[in-house]
Design a protein around this ligand. Sequence first.
Ligand SMILES: Cc1ncc(COP(=O)(O)O)c(C=O)c1O
Length: 383
Amino acid sequence: MQEARGAYVWDLDGDKYVDYVGAWGPLVLGHGDPRVLSAVSDVAKRMQVVGTGHRLEYLAAEAVLEAVPHGERLLWSNTGTEAVQVALRLARAATGRRRVLKFAKSYHGWHDTVYAGMSEDDCDRPAAPGGAGQSTSVLDDLVVARFNDVRLAERLLGEAVERDIAAVLVDPVMSNAGVEAPSPEFLSTLRTLCDRHGVVLVFDEVIAGFRIARGGAAEKYGVLPDLSVFGKAMAGGFTQSAVVGRAELVDQVTAGVVHAGTFNANPIALAAVEATMRALADPSVYKLLEQNSSEFEALVGGALASCPGSGRFNRVGSLLQYVPAGGATGLHGTGGIWTTILEGMLRRGFLFMPSGKVFVSTAHTTADIEATAEALDRLLRTS
Ligand SMILES: Cc1ncc(COP(=O)(O)O)c(C=O)c1O
């Protein structure tokens, strides 16, 4: 691509696409929101990275903490992968335990310690690495459970002391593995079990945060974790992540827990965070996001439904996932006719992700969504 604005991207030939990739999550407000760009260009002329304290560290932190129900303290990092590592380090330091319970198929960044246990075959078994070149010596740090399987969580966490479990790491909506809403009792049971067995509950909200609700999963599902990891949507298209949560956990960075990074809290990214979070504080943003997302589900999902056997979309807020008829065949929930849709829609000027995930933004218009549905309808009738 050579250019991206609002809900659109332009390729090297100058062809325009309606963009549902949304940079894989950060663009709740679409590409190049003027408030974010103006805040960034303003600070970029004054300073870029200073390696000392600056006002935006506090202003941006206040803007984030205001939105997050359990937001007592915050640490800045660059990427979601880094922030997950910080959260796990805080949990290990607080509990004196080593292992992390994660859920099969769930993605928490590409680091050796969490990019493993990607298959349901790994449940309550030694975790397999997610890819080649990874260290196998860290795999024993993981205990793998199944999302929405309350019984298995009860059994594994009931042995938290014997199994040396420091943290439960959960993406509350399985953003990268089919977009699955938690069952009504799942997150609250994890909360109860973590309290009972002295385990730190960490929500990985790198995709869900500030997208499924302003206050993320804690606001949407009413369950407060000890720590949340945020990234993507927080900085409106710039690079920034954060660990947010209980003061006694986060404050361990002043008492022996190391958290470092040259570009953590750089002014440019934090100008983007402050401007984005102030924009997201307007409730009309989430009304519009919900309206656009439900329109997508009704119209584009309707086009799928009118062609029997072509699949459907799972939706949690503005995050959707194509699911083939008869269930998912791929890790991300893809399979079915998604490749036909992906390629056919690309040729018609609509950009989707190979994984079948769909990111809707406030920049999409009803006309964009109607045009998407019409194009899909024509594609399904001719293929
Ligand atoms: C749920 C989740 N956690 C963590 C990450 C890692 O974030 P990053 O790509 O910024 O390192 C991602 C990235 O897609 C994610 O979706």
